[in-house]
Each structure stands twice: as structure tokens, then as C-alpha cells.
Write a protein that binds this ligand. Structure first.
Ligand code: AHR
Length: 531
């Protein structure tokens, strides 16, 4: 959570949008043709499976009636919804962050272990809800095994600290012979969970966070927590220090400098969080990828500054562990207040439009383009809460629009991320200035020889003609060209209709003599596979 990266919904926005759209279209500075050149010799870095992470928080209906619903027609003996497990696998998720989010900053992990009927019911202050603790740590590990994903755990550095982090690590990772590892075995998990990926708290820069801290306070605590955790498990751990909750935080930059100054030698990653929303000016919304690009560039500068001051050769990478579209300015369901502390209320259940899906596809393109510095990322979140998967309690599970570009990118981005030379026309936005109309990334799998291009046309009115020089690759042929777009970019899926707008073949894409040509529709996300 952070001040939105697009303008708050302006009251006059609706009336102004039509004329603004017309003038923005007119301000495109060239005819809409973009060109790019790719070569197997120019590589940014590997496609990392960790880029395709997601997030399950004890928030709203993400856990309860999301991944977990005993008695549901598809539920297994442990209460996991089989339809959600299937969709999670189809989405191609690699790591899943848990248990929060804001929730973790008031969480007592030991509440969620042992017999379910003996677990305490607690207030969840972060989301003003009642937490039954029917799902906890060991349960989540079971779900991860079934979903085929890797857990990325967060420790509570809001109301807790070093001892708690060491305890939960001992509970998870020690084979046995100590109080906490034996407690895990007694609770039914004979083998250690071997969790290597740990977040040192969540959004500790945010005044909304329980136990919010200054950069110096947090940096010292994170550094000491990391040191103690490494005393238990050494370099097997991958540790993430909290970066800023977004580029608009007043402390962004100085927070990174101060936190990394304390933690640099102890951690592997610094986190980044960023959400986008459509404030009514679609051109601004579609510029999200360019805004994220800038944020990543700034974080890289802050990391490199500390690296240089410390005169070290060690690198710290970015864990972009919360990113998505989030209609924060117009929530469909308010967070409860007063004496109302509901169990698993419907919260943050955003409905995603085709344009939102194009933005999500573009954000994933942006993360991949920075694979040299962004080593991990999590789409926030997985089910019901700002999610690609939705469920009805006792009913169906279905895909939101954002499911499609994520699943296709995860399925087909393989091998190396290529450094593209791109020439694109630009358009002018009221909020973000000039932005390229084309956003693109390509991957090349040296083993199969496949090249896959992911591209977004950000123009709201004009098709974008793409001319790609791939002559440096031998023997390619067009395998598949699919696009996700719709005449009404504001269409969204519902429980009743989640399939009438789907990725569809892109007519007219051609490959001849090393040249790929295609016409990308306005407001579209496209994948072209060659092999
Ligand atoms: O993803 C929803 C919330 O956004 C998370 O709990 C928090 O970390 C962020 O503010």
C-alpha cells in the first residue's frame, strides 16, 4: 500500500477523458510503426523462475474460501480447493509469499500450528478482521507441495523481532532434536520444510504498518535478525530487506540508502512494492510499465550507491514482491471498522478489465527486461484479493483477465532475456509525460532455439505495426502469434462469463527472411513464438 502511482480519481476526469483522448492521439509524434532488432549475442540475463511468484496473505478471502474451503465440492481431505490448486498450476506460479503483507506485522506464527481446534482466535489489526488460525505454517507448506510452488515466508518485524524469526526458522528447517523442530514433528511434519526464502518484515516504511519504524530502526533490526538467522542456517538462506512501499513514499531513496547501509552484507535482496490504477485516463494507466521501469532504475541507483560507498563486490538484487493493478481509489468493499471484526470478509476484490490485463502483461515485460537486477517478483495477490483467480464460496473458481498474460508469459519465457534495440513512436500522457507506444521483451532458449516476443501496444487508438529484425537467429519459423485485446478495453470477467474474451490468434503476423512483421491492435498484449 502506498500513495497510488497514478493520479487519484479526479472528479472532472470522466468529462475530460473524451477530448483528452482525442488530443493525446493527435500528439503521437510519428506514424505508428515500431522496429526492433534482437540477437542471441546480446543477453540481459537468464529468465528466472522466481520472476513468476505470487502472494497469499491472510487478508479478506485469499486464504479462507480462496485456497482453503473444507466441504467445498473440489476440496481435498486437508480442505484445499482443488479447482484453485488447478488454476494455480495453470497460472505457472513459482514462489508464493506468505502470510503477509500487512498481516504479518501483528502475526504470531505459533498460533497457526498444532490441532486446529486448539488454535486461538485473534484480532487481525491490519485488516480489522477475525483470524481463526485454521490455516497456518504447516498447512501452507502442505498447500505449496500440492500446488508445486516454493514458499517465500515473511517474519514479523512489526510487533516482534530477532528471537521470533530464529524460532520460526528453527521450527521450519531443523531436522529435529530441538524443542521447536521436535514440535514440528509432533505436529505431523516429520521432514523439515527447508524454507530458504525469507522476507525480513513487510513495508516497514509505511505509517499504516503495525510497528512501523524509521529507516535506522528498521535497518538495525533487519541486520541483526538476518545475522541471527544466518547463525542457524548460514548461506542456505535468501534474505529480503524491506525497501520502500512505492516510489511516492516521501522517504523513498533515503530509506533504501539507510536500510542498505545497515543490512548490505547480510541480505540478498531489497524489496520493491508498486501498484497502479486506472484513474480515468487510460493513456496514463497504460504507461504503468514505463513508470515501473523508472522505479527499478532508481532502486538500482540506490543499491549501487551503497555498494560503491562500501567498496564491496557483493551485489544486492531486487525482490519486487508486490506488484499489480489495484483500484485503491475506488474500493468495492470498505475495510471493516468499529466493533465489526468479520471472519474472511470480501476485501480488495477488484475486477480486472482487459486494459488492466494489458498493464499486467506490460509490468511483467518490464520485470523481465530487468532480469539482471530483479531476481524475484510476486504478483499480489493470488486468489480473490487483487487477484488473477476468483472464487465463489461453495461455488466456482474462474480466471480474471489478468490471468492470461501472466500464464502465457510464465509458460513461454525461457532461456535468456535478450537485450533489444527498439525504435518506437512515443505518446504524451498528462501524468507521465512522453511514453513509448511499444513495450517489448524477447527471450531465447539456446537449448530449443525458440525465440518468444512479448509486446504491448499502449496506444489507445492506433494499431502499431511491428517490424522485427531477427536475422541473427538461424532457421526460425513462426509457431504461434496470440493477442489479448477487446473492442471494449473495459470489459471484465464475471463468474457467469469469464471466457467470452480470451487470448486469440493474431491475424497477419508473418516471418520471412529473418523479418517478423505484425500489427498489434490498440490496447493489446501479444505473444509471438518462433522456433
Ligand atoms: O497486497 C495488499 C497489501 O498491500 C499488503 O498487505 C501490503 O503489504 C501492501 O500494502
Amino acid at each position: 500500500m502506498a500513495p497510488s502511482d497514478t493520479q487519484p480519481a479526479a472528479t472532472a476526469a470522466t468529462a475530460a477523458t473524451a477530448s483528452l483522448t482525442a488530443s493525446l492521439t493527435a500528439s503521437l509524434t510519428a506514424s505508428l510503426t515500431a522496429s526492433l532488432t534482437a540477437s542471441p549475442a546480446f543477453v540481459v540475463g537468464p529468465v528466472r523462475r522466481e520472476t513468476f511468484g505470487s502472494f497469499v496473505e491472510h487478508l479478506g478471502r485469499c486464504v479462507y474460501t480462496g485456497i482453503y474451503e473444507p466441504g467445498h465440492a473440489t476440496a481435498d481431505e486437508a480442505g484445499w480447493r482443488g479447482d484453485v490448486l488447478d488454476l494455480t498450476r495453470e497460472l505457472g506460479v513459482s514462489t508464493v509469499r506468505y502470510p503477509g503483507g500487512n498481516f504479518v506485522s501483528g502475526y504470531r506464527w505459533e498460533d497457526g500450528i498444532g490441532p486446529k481446534n486448539e488454535r486461538p482466535v485473534r484480532l487481525d489489526l491490519a485488516w480489522h478482521s477475525t483470524e481463526t488460525n485454521h490455516v497456518g505454517l504447516d498447512d501452507f507448506m502442505d498447500w505449496c507441495r500440492k500446488a508445486g510452488v516454493e514458499p517465500m515466508m515473511a517474519v514479523n518485524l512489526g510487533t516482534r523481532g530477532v528471537q521470533d524469526a530464529v524460532d520460526v526458522l528453527e521450527y521450519c528447517n531443523l531436522a529435529g532434536g530441538t524443542a521447536l523442530s521436535d514440535l514440528r514433528r509432533k505436529n505431523g511434519s516429520e521432514e523439515p520444510h527447508n524454507v530458504t526464502f525469507w522476507c525480513l518484515g513487510n513495508e516497514m516504511d509505511g505509517p499504516w504498518q503495525i510497528g512501523h519504524k524509521t529507516a535506522q530502526e528498521y535497518g538495525r533490526l533487519a541486520s541483526e535478525t538476518a545475522r541471527a538467522m544466518r547463525m542457524v542456517a548460514g548461506d542456505t538462506l535468501r534474505l529480503v530487506a524491506c525497501g520502500s512501499s512505492g516510489p511516492r513514499m516521501a522517504t523513498f531513496g533515503e530509506w533504501e540508502r539507510a536500510v542498505l547501509t545497515e543490512t548490505y552484507d547480510m541480505v540478498d535482496y531489497i524489496s520493491a512494492h508498486q501498484y497502479f490504477e486506472n484513474s480515468g485516463v487510460l493513456e496514463d494507466h497504460l504507461a504503468a510499465g514505463a513508470v515501473m521501469d523508472q522505479f527499478i532504475g532508481d532502486i538500482v541507483a540506490h543499491i549501487d550507491h551503497v555498494k560503491s560507498v562500501k567498496k564491496t563486490s557483493k551485489d544486492v538484487h531486487i525482490s519486487f514482491d508486490e506488484w499489480n493493478v489495484w483500484h485503491m481509489g475506488s474500493p468495492r468493499t470498505p475495510i471493516p471498522s468499529g466493533t465489526d471484526w468479520p471472519e474472511a470478509p470480501a476485501l480488495l476484490e477488484d475486477l480486472y478489465t482487459v486494459a488492466d490485463a494489458v498493464v499486467v502483461g506490460d509490468l511483467l515485460i518490464t520485470l523481465l527486461r530487468h532480469t539482471d537486477r530483479v531476481h524475484s517478483a510476486s504478483l499480489a495477490q493470488l486468489v480473490n484479493v487483487i487477484a488473477p483467480i476468483m472464487t465463489a464460496p461453495g461455488g466456482a473458481a474462474w480466471k480474471q483477465t489478468t490471468f492470461h498474460p501472466f500464464a502465457l508469459t510464465s509458460a513461454h519465457a525461457r532461456g535468456d532475456v535478450l537485450q533489444l534495440a527498439v525504435e518506437s513512436p512515443r505518446y504524451v500522457t498528462p501524468e507521465h509525460g512522453e511514453v513509448p507506444a511499444l513495450s517489448a521483451v524477447a527471450t531465447h532458449d539456446p537449448e530449443t532455439g525458440h525465440v518468444t516476443l512479448f509486446a504491448v501496444n499502449r496506444s489507445t487508438a492506433e494499431p502499431l505495426r511491428l517490424d522485427a529484425d531477427l536475422s541473427a537467429f538461424a532457421g526460425l519459423g513462426l509457431l504461434e502469434a496470440v493477442t489479448f485485446t477487446n473492442e471494449d478495453p473495459l470489459w471484465h470477467a464475471t463468474e457467469q462469463d469469464s471466457t467470452s474474451v480470451l487470448p486469440a490468434p493474431l491475424d497477419g503476423a508473418a516471418y520471412d527472411g529473418g523479418r517478423l512483421t505484425a500489427e498489434l491492435p490498440p490496447v493489446s498484449w501479444t505473444m509471438i513464438r518462433l522456433g
